[in-house]
Write a protein that binds this ligand. Structure first.
Ligand SMILES: Cc1cc2nc3c(=O)[nH]c(=O)nc-3n(C[C@H](O)[C@H](O)[C@H](O)COP(=O)(O)OP(=O)(O)OC[C@H]3O[C@@H](n4cnc5c(N)ncnc54)[C@H](O)[C@@H]3O)c2cc1C
Ligand SMILES: NC(=O)c1ccc[n+]([C@@H]2O[C@H](COP(=O)([O-])OP(=O)(O)OC[C@H]3O[C@@H](n4cnc5c(N)ncnc54)[C@H](O)[C@@H]3O)[C@@H](O)[C@H]2O)c1
Length: 460
């Protein structure tokens, strides 16, 4: 066994960890970046997450209708693979070219609070470090449904993204981010898609009217949506898998597909890390327990990104790195409790983005409210949506009637994933609803919808 002694060891090449590694190395720290797979330099987002999915969504929306769906998909998958290969190389080089960084391709586990053993094939390396950052991400959940693990036709998002062949008939299990994004995208590539969601509606954290509109859009795009569907088994039958489920009335039904995508959530990845050897605690969901500075139960060990049980977004992992960097090199004042108005965006077509509270959440606060709900098709002063041939969707704003404070905005509309950032910035910096209403925006843009939206607030 060979030894390496460093100031900082990062386990996992995720967004927070790699950014921290680079920042610390630029300050002269000796850093070890340990990544288990040479297919994962740069982490989930660029290899098997945000980047490949959004590249496919883009090509699904913009491909020539004259090219058959399977061929359009093959081309899109190939260019996506080229893109992720490029980014993987750039990410590797970003760290490997720094003098004080050693990138180690191997699987890390704790031997004691300051020591990691890293296995790569028959080789074992011992890494000792003053500071350790766990950035190991999350893995798809596969609940114990009979046949789910055994079926040769059930795939995770990672496995489906690795294929260049488009499914003919895709059954999607789940009603969250991955389920809706893949259902929308594969339908746009011409696959027959059935989405089975357990809850009474998709996207459980959004308002009823938003979900109804999103479901209408998905259905209009050719997705068969079944809610209240409890999957009871999966069985292979020749070229197809038969998914058995009970509907909301308890009636037994089946859905058939050549491919079944399990999109049932992602669980923090701690398996094999031997956190117990370092006295690092996990919670009931398997997430590493951290305080608001992202310190684990060992104060010199931090956990960033999906593994700490926080919101599973790349930009949250990135913000985690800012907190740890401040703790290591600054005043240690930055914490997770500073976060306000963190937006989210789900990339169906058109995208669904939100920042702040839903109307239902705002009502539960008991504050006096003004609410504006506008269908994009009715917003005559927002021609951008029609210019790009997509006037689908709706926008909502929820405002405190007494203070004019923006409590939340939801946008299911063209470019919502971009436009929502303007509201997030406004909310963080105390810009009021009236100011948003009277602001000057470029034309024709989706942002100018705020002139209309905030002019239509009514007591709720
Ligand atoms: C299909 C899909 C689409 C998504 N789309 C979006 C999106 O559009 N926008 C968005 O913000 N978020 C999106 N997400 C979520 C986002 O990808 C994650 O929140 C983010 O990538 C998590 O990053 P992380 O820093 O936690 O670590 P990750 O990027 O997950 O990196 C963890 C790394 O640790 C490595 N590792 C694990 N165990 C070990 C070990 N023992 N030793 C060494 N290495 C190890 C893994 O191989 C991996 O490379 C998506 C996720 C998925 C699955
Ligand atoms: N655009 C984005 O930012 C983006 C895109 C994809 C993923 N992500 C991140 O990755 C995370 C994981 O995505 P996801 O879609 O897998 O998770 P999710 O939490 O968004 O959705 C999981 C779905 O599975 C259902 N479910 C869970 N257990 C079940 C069971 N036993 N039986 C039936 N249904 C069950 C839930 O009701 C829910 O509908 C997301 O929460 C999100 O943070 C983000």
């Amino acid at each position: 066994m060979t030894d390496l002694d460093v100031d900082l060891a990062v386990i996992g090449f995720g967004k927070g960890g790699k950014t921290l590694a680079a920042a610390m190395a630029r300050r002269g720290a000796r850093v070890a970046m340990i990544e288990q797979s040479d297919r994962m330099y740069g982490g989930t987002c660029i290899n098997i997450g945000c980047v490949p999915t959004k590249a496919l969504v883009h090509d699904a929306e913009n491909g020539s209708p004259d090219v058959p769906g399977p061929e359009r998909y093959r081309r899109a998958a190939e260019r996506t693979d080229a893109l992720t290969t490029l980014l993987r190389g750039k990410n590797f080089a970003m760290l490997d070219t720094l003098d004080t960084v050693t990138v180690i391709t191997g699987t890390a586990a704790f031997a004691d609070p300051h020591t990691l053993t890293v296995r790569a094939g028959d080789d074992t390396l011992r890494v000792t470090a003053r500071t350790i950052v766990v950035n190991t991400g999350a893995d798809p959940e596969l609940p114990p449904v009979p046949g789910l693990r055994e079926s040769g036709r059930v795939v995770t998002s990672t496995e489906l993204l690795a294929r260049t062949e488009r499914p003919g008939e895709l059954v999607v299990l789940g009603g969250g981010y991955v389920a809706v994004e893949f259902a929308s995208m594969h339908a746009a590539f011409g696959a027959r898609v059935t989405l089975l969601a357990r809850g009474p509606r998709l996207l459980r954290s959004e308002d009823d009217d938003v979900v109804a509109t999103a479901t209408e859009i998905l259905t209009g795009a050719g997705v068969t949506v079944r809610t209240g569907a409890t999957v009871t088994g999966v069985e292979d039958d020749g070229d197809v898998a038969v998914v058995t489920y009970t509907d909301q009335d308890g009636v037994r039904r089946t859905a058939r597909g050549d491919t079944v995508l399990a999109a049932l959530g992602r669980r923090p990845h701690t398996a094999g890390l031997r956190l117990d050897a370092a006295g690092i605690e996990t919670d009931a969901r398997g997430a590493v327990v951290v305080d608001e500075h992202l310190r684990t139960t060992q104060p010199h060990v931090y956990a960033v990104g999906d593994v700490n049980g926080g919101p599973q977004y790349t930009y949250v992992s990135l913000d985690d790195h800012r907190i740890v960097l401040d703790d290591l090199t600054g005043e240690g004042r930055r914490t997770t409790t500073d976060r306000r108005a963190v937006a989210s965006a789900l990339f169906m077509t058109p995208p669904l983005a939100r920042v702040g509270l839903t109307e239902a959440e705002a009502r539960a606060t008991g504050r006096p409210l003004l609410v504006a709900t506008r269908r994009v098709a009715d917003m005559a002063t927002v021609p951008r949506a029609r210019i790009v041939h997509d006037p689908r969707g709706l926008m909502k704003a929820v405002v405190d009637a007494e203070t004019d404070e923006i409590l939340g905005v939801t946008m299911l509309s063209h470019d919502a994933h971009e436009t929502i950032n303007t509201v997030a910035l406004a909310m963080r910096h105390g810009v009021t609803a009236s100011e948003m209403r009277d602001e000057i925006y470029t034309h024709p843009s989706m942002t100018e919808a705020f002139n209309d939206l905030f002019a239509n607030l009514r007591p709720a």
